[in-house]
Design a protein around this ligand. Structure first.
Ligand SMILES: *Cc1c(COP(=O)(O)O)cnc(C)c1O
Length: 380
């Protein structure tokens, strides 16, 4: 490949911010007139929240969902002052003052959290906005209907805690045919009517592609922004991630030679093997040992033997002898192998593959620069 090898890294994760922005526009226009937020928890599913968030901000996104307070603190300075950061995991004991000082919106998931946030509002003598989550049938996070009714019956609550959003989460949004979706919607609409002034949100990526009844006022996609369509049909999402690993060494082995930990694989005939610089410590699933693939220009290179911490071995025999050399990169995610393909082979979901990748790879952002970065470059 023509790109000079960066000798600091054995693999590289390329994040196409142009594709990310295109996916945002696709979802936003599909759900209009509802507004489109973005879920950027877990470092934007491993892609780099500090680059993903400002790209989406420039696309018009103003509501960002993280899981933890630390994630909110890590991304806040990349966004304009009119952006709201919502902390999905809720209001941990001790987090109240930091949340309020930064203007983050905690999701109040339980009575105890409501009580502590109201207590701070009274102590500060000013209203403290927040998001209220109700459980509509997933039994994960959020107030039940009885607790929500009690809050709605207390007029002081809405004075102390203006609701920027009332939300719930769907258990089966990626399965459009499940009756649970309509049941959760009905349950949510009933509770939501107790707080008529608050905007409402129910849909993740899966919900964005259910009927418009699920869109409410705000949709909060994650995985679809990052290139994975939650359903088998619907407007296609542009792939955002590409992963390539460097060939560390090529060797020819005779029939019967065994490969890797445990010597699980035995070459059935003379083979040309390449050891690639990516392993389970880079998030490449160990369950792909003996079953997964790398690719080179449309040719499948089967993984042979177990996945090591820092390397895997693939079979190059199908290629022309001079097709690849040590130092070249081969594709692990890209035009020939999607996140969904890898997830299927590894027996997991694309979310898990994505969120584990990239901690040790060179990370390259393409396709888009923030206005700030472009201005900096022009000035130089
Ligand atoms: C993770 C999460 C989302 C985003 O889900 P995707 O399926 O990635 O779109 C939205 N809402 C909540 C509450 C979440 O936990």
């Amino acid at each position: 490949m023509s790109r000079p090898i960066n000798a600091m890294f054995s693999s590289r994760l390329t994040v196409d911010l142009g594709a990310l922005r295109a996916n945002y526009r696709t979802i936003a226009s599909h759900i209009a007139p509802a507004a489109c937020g973005a879920t950027i928890k877990a470092d934007a599913y491993g892609l780099g929240a500090r680059d993903v968030a400002p790209a989406l901000y420039e696309e018009g996104c103003r509501t960002f969902f993280v899981a933890q307070l630390r994630e909110a603190l890590g991304v806040a300075d990349t966004l304009g002052g009119d952006a709201e950061i919502v902390i999905l995991n809720g209001l941990d004991p001790g987090a109240e003052a930091v949340c309020a000082a930064h203007g983050f919106l905690p999701v109040l998931n339980a009575d105890s959290q409501v009580g502590r946030w109201r207590g701070l509002a009274r102590a500060l003598g000013k209203p403290l906005p927040a998001v209220l989550q109700v459980d509509s049938g997933m039994a994960r996070l959020g107030l039940d209907a009885v607790a929500a009714q009690a809050l709605a019956a207390d007029p002081a609550f809405i004075q102390e805690v203006p609701l920027r959003l009332i939300m719930t989460h769907l258990a089966c949004a990626d399965e459009p045919g499940r009756a649970a979706n309509a049941e959760q919607l009905a349950c949510f609409q009933e509770i939501r009517s107790l707080f008529p002034a608050a905007p409402a949100s129910i849909a993740n990526s899966g919900g964005a592609f259910l009927s418009s009844a699920f869109h409410c006022d705000l949709v909060r996609p994650g995985i679809a922004l990052y290139g994975v369509h939650p359903h088998s049909s619907g407007p296609p999402m542009a792939p955002v991630v590409r992963l390539d690993a460097r060939i560390l060494q090529i060797r020819d082995v005779e029939a019967g030679v065994r490969v890797g930990y445990g010597l699980d694989y035995a070459a059935p005939s003379r083979r040309r093997l390449a050891t690639l610089g990516i392993g389970y410590a880079d998030g490449w699933p160990r369950s792909l040992g003996g079953t997964g693939s790398a690719w080179h220009t449309g040719q499948r290179l089967p993984i042979v033997g177990r996945i090591s911490m820092d390397s895997i071995t693939v079979d190059l025999t199908a290629l022309a002898p001079d097709a690849l050399a040590e130092g070249d990169f081969v594709e692990l995610l890209g035009p020939f192998q999607s996140l969904a393909d890898v997830a299927r082979d590894a027996g997991t979901i694309a979310y898990e593959i994505l969120t584990r990748l990239g901690t040790r790879s060179e990370r390259i952002f393409t396709g888009y620069q923030t206005a700030a970065a472009a201005a900096l470059e022009t000035a130089q």
